[in-house]
Every structure is written in structure tokens, then in C-alpha cells.
Design a protein around this ligand. Structure first.
Ligand SMILES: Cc1cc2nc3c(=O)[nH]c(=O)nc-3n(C[C@H](O)[C@H](O)[C@H](O)COP(=O)(O)OP(=O)(O)OC[C@H]3O[C@@H](n4cnc5c(N)ncnc54)[C@H](O)[C@@H]3O)c2cc1C
Length: 408
């Protein structure tokens, strides 16, 4: 099996590496200076065609032809040099592609450049208390103002990631109460800095709250101009299905799992359990899952590079990633022991962390692994999708919507 990317890709790799060697010199700048430096670094990288490849130049992108191999080489080289890639979050991952596909010229001009430069941060306003998997049952109401120029919004959204820093939200609101469930929803963009919007942090079971963790939002006669409606009125459900189509294939997630696994092995060593035959057996099993996930990622990547449809396996990746992450978390939990869970600081003090933030990083990971099985479409829903779309099984009558694909 040939796992190399070919001569052309390797020439391109040298070019990217030389660029990074020359331009990515963060030195020991202070926080504010570093932010400015990163901004100008990103601009240069855009100028070279390395970032925002699917975004047209007129909106600040580099407008490159789709090339998953080049995109992968760029990701690898930027990771190797620890250089920042594109600004993360919902804005770049969801708002920008949605506007490129379904937005008006005015919306693109207003939002895309500011979003890719990190000035606008977007919250995803989909879930509500009582509307998660059954997303099409959203009840937050949108009504036209008397003069027909504005949408007036009343209701509540919940579990909004990045809710503390969000400047804007893309949201689903019910505008046709009498239409069939999926047809009565409109997709709106809204500025969150207005009197009709209240945000409240939700404290998580890890103890974390604030900034980039969960928020809930209350809308009390909040307003947005009708010109910020994306797609047709009542067709918001279909707009929300718009996802990234280009250059999605990446083996990045598999690399992440590999790194996480090495840290788990380190944890077993730190806890003096690496010689325990039961621990070794579980580590071996997990390593098997990690490697098979990695090779499946390679397969998907090759299919994407060759323009082929990989079939149902693509639908399984999120579920598998979630389950492998959970297996690792369960073993980490056992290695740390009850004491570590009751007094989280202990486990952190032993240097058992895998992440870079949070009071106790293994604990975050253990609890976060539960969240991953819910975020972006719960695992049960994913199983239904695999069964129905992938394997052609009869439809689950209890499931009247398809919540899996586009949610974070
Ligand atoms: C880390 C994280 C980040 C998130 N970020 C956002 C965000 O930014 N914006 C946002 O809008 N939302 C966000 N969410 C919310 C997320 O989309 C919802 O939690 C998710 O869709 C599930 O909805 P729910 O919590 O209402 O659970 P429910 O839909 O009530 O599901 C509860 C359980 O019932 C099962 N279930 C439900 N229906 C079926 C069925 N038909 N068949 C079989 N089993 C079923 C589910 O699998 C689950 O186990 C986030 C969630 C997490 C965990």
C-alpha cells in the first residue's frame, strides 16, 4: 500500500515549510502583540493560498481550486510548525459556508471577512429546552414587525457553545406556526448586542463556566432586519442542512486520537499500572481501535482525493471517534481512581493532563467524552442515520427529523 502523497505534494510541502520557516517567527511577544502578529501572519498565509481556500478573494479568502491533498499538506506543515490555521469555531465552519451557498450578496459582504478575521464570533442557536434531537420542534417565535422590515424574536436557546464571546448568532425560529413542522422554520442571523437579548452561563459538571463554555440565551422582543434572513421564509430547516462540502477530508482527527492514546499510556506509567496485565490488555484493545480508525481515515482521504464516494463508512466516523474517546476516558478514570474524581486537583497535580486548559484536564476529558456522544447529534441518532441512510434499513418511525449532520 502506498501511503505517500506523491512528488507534486512533496514539492508543495517544501514550499509551505519554507514559508513557515520564514514568516512564522512568533518569538516571545506579549499577548496583545502576539494577537496582531497572528493576524498579519494569517494575511500572508492567505496571500500564499494556504488559508480560507474555498472563500473567494473578494470576501478576504484565498480562492483556491479544491485540492484535498494540498489542504492536508498545509494542515500537516502548520501543525508541525505550531502555526495557527484558520480562526476556529462556528463562524468559519458553519456561517461562512452557509452564506457562500445560500446567503445574499449583502450578507456575504457584511459578515464573511469579519468572521474569518475573528472579529465576529458566532453562536449556533439551534437547541432549545425540549428541542435537541427533535430539532424541527423548535418553538422560539419569529414574527414580522408591522412595517415588515424586521423579525421580532421571542423564546429561548440553550447549550450555545462559545456563547460568552459570541457577537452574533445564526438561529432557527418558528415563523409559520401552522405549517408542517419542518416547513415552518426560518434561518436568521442576529446581532447579540441589543437590549432584547440576555445571555446566561451554564455551569458544567466539570465546574467550568463562562467564556467559551455553554450559555443559554433569552430573546424578549429581540430584533433583526428581514435582510438578515438566509434563504426563503419557512425554509430554514433546509438552509440549516448546508454544510462544508469542500476539502472536508482530513486525517487530523485520527492524529489527535493517536496523541491522546500516547498520553493514556503515559498516565498508566505515572500511576504505576503499566505492568498490570488487565491494564495492558485494555490498552492493546484501544490501540487496535485507534489504528483502525486511522487507516479508515486514510481510506476516506484517498476516496476524497480521487473524487470517489466512500459510502456509509463516512457516516460512522463521528460515532467511532466518540466511542474510542469514551473508552480511553473510562480507562483514564479507572487509572486516576475515585480519589482523583472526588478531589480533581489531585489528578491534575500528578501531571495526568491531556488538554491545555481547565482545572483538571483528565477530568475534563472524562466528562467531555460524555458530551461528545451528545453534541452534533446524539449517538443513538447517528446509529439511526447509519442504519437508514447507510444500510438501507426501514425508517425509525419515532424519528421524524434528521438532526445528525449539521449540528455542533
Ligand atoms: C458539547 C456540546 C456542544 C453543544 N453545542 C451546541 C451549540 O452550540 N448550539 C446548539 O444549538 N446546541 C448545542 N448542543 C446541544 C446538542 O445539539 C443537543 O444536546 C443534542 O442535539 C441532543 O439534544 P438534547 O440535549 O435535547 O437531548 P435529547 O434530544 O432529549 O436526547 C436525550 C437522549 O435521548 C436519545 N434520543 C432522542 N431521540 C431519539 C430517537 N428518535 N431515537 C433514539 N434515541 C433518541 C438521545 O440519543 C439521547 O441519548 C451542544 C451539546 C453538547 C453536548
Amino acid at each position: 500500500m502506498d501511503l505517500s502523497y506523491g512528488a507534486e505534494a512533496e514539492t508543495f510541502r517544501k514550499e509551505v515549510r519554507a514559508f513557515l520557516g520564514e514568516v512564522w517567527q512568533p518569538g516571545d511577544r506579549r499577548k496583545g502583540e502576539l494577537k496582531e502578529f497572528i493576524r498579519s501572519f494569517r494575511r500572508e498565509a492567505i496571500g500564499r493560498g494556504y488559508l480560507y481556500r474555498s472563500v473567494p478573494k473578494r470576501y478576504g479568502g484565498s480562492e483556491q481550486p479544491v485540492d484535498v491533498i494540498k489542504a492536508q499538506v498545509i494542515r500537516e506543515e502548520f501543525a508541525r510548525a505550531r502555526a495557527p490555521m484558520e480562526v476556529g469555531g462556528n463562524g468559519v465552519n458553519m456561517t461562512v459556508p452557509t452564506l457562500l451557498e445560500k446567503g445574499t450578496e449583502e450578507q456575504r459582504e457584511l459578515f464573511i471577512q469579519k468572521t474569518i478575521e475573528g472579529d465576529y464570533v458566532w453562536g449556533q442557536g439551534y437547541s432549545e429546552p425540549g428541542s435537541g434531537s427533535d430539532l424541527a420542534s423548535v418553538r422560539t417565535k419569529g414574527e414580522l414587525s408591522a412595517d415588515g422590515t424586521r423579525w421580532i424574536i421571542n423564546g429561548q436557546k440553550i447549550w450555545t457553545s462559545q456563547g460568552g464571546s459570541a457577537t452574533h448568532m445564526f438561529m432557527l425560529v418558528r415563523t409559520e406556526p401552522d405549517a408542517p413542522k419542518h416547513d415552518g422554520i426560518t434561518y436568521l442571523l442576529i446581532d447579540l448586542d441589543q437590549p432584547g437579548v440576555t445571555r446566561r452561563p451554564i455551569r458544567q459538571m466539570t465546574g467550568m463556566e463562562g467564556n467559551d463554555t455553554f450559555y443559554e440565551f433569552f430573546f424578549d422582543n429581540a430584533e433583526t432586519p428581514v435582510t438578515l434572513q438566509v434563504g426563503e421564509r419557512g425554509q430554514g430547516w433546509y438552509v440549516s442542512r448546508t454544510t462544508l462540502k469542500h476539502e472536508r477530508a482530513s486525517i487530523g482527527s485520527a492524529d489527535g486520537l493517536g496523541r491522546q492514546f500516547s498520553k493514556l499510556v503515559d498516565l498508566a506509567k505515572e500511576m504505576g499500572r503499566i505492568g498490570d496485565p488487565l491494564v495492558r490488555e485494555r490498552l492493546t484493545q484501544i490501540e487496535g481501535f485507534v489504528l483502525s480508525h486511522r487507516y479508515t481515515s486514510f481510506r476516506l482521504f484517498s476516496c476524497s482525493a480521487a473524487g470517489e464516494d466512500p459510502g456509509p463508512v463516512q457516516l460512522m466516523m463521528k460515532l467511532l471517534l466518540t466511542e474510542i474517546g469514551h473508552e480511553m476516558a473510562l480507562l483514564a478514570q479507572e487509572l486516576i481512581g475515585e480519589e482523583g474524581l472526588i478531589e480533581p486537583a489531585n489528578a491534575g497535580a500528578r501531571g495526568a493532563s491531556t488538554q491545555t486548559r481547565g482545572p483538571n484536564k483528565w477530568l475534563d476529558q472524562i466528562m467531555g467524552s460524555l458530551g461528545n456522544s451528545i453534541a452534533g447529534g446524539a449517538s443513538n441518532i447517528q446509529r439511526n442515520i447509519i442504519g437508514e441512510r447507510g444500510l438501507g434499513l426501514p425508517r425509525d418511525l419515532a424519528l421524524e427529523n434528521e438532526h445528525g449532520g449539521g449540528k455542533k
